[in-house]
Design a protein around this ligand. Sequence first.
Ligand SMILES: [Zn+2]
Length: 97
Amino acid sequence: MTQTCWFCKENSEDPTKATKIPLYKITDMEKEYLWRGSIKQLPYAIKTAYRYLTAKVVVPRCNKCARDQAEERAVEYVAGILGLTGIVALIVLVFVA
Ligand SMILES: [Zn+2]
């Protein structure tokens, strides 16, 4: 059975380009109050532990959307590197000046 692409809702899916999206559901939360001896040291340190379920949903995707999304990720990656070098350059300038 061929499904329609989830993203563009126009093209039919390419089964090899399907993407998996992870889902998380918190099932339980536990707070642990760590007593630190003296009453003067309030508030206590609080440790929170979560229990959760995970599942992966397979989302039908067409070839075109798979390619577009790969490009978007590449652009984000390059933008991230440029942003980082920009910050480093700024720090260098501040220290040199
Ligand atoms: Zn599509």
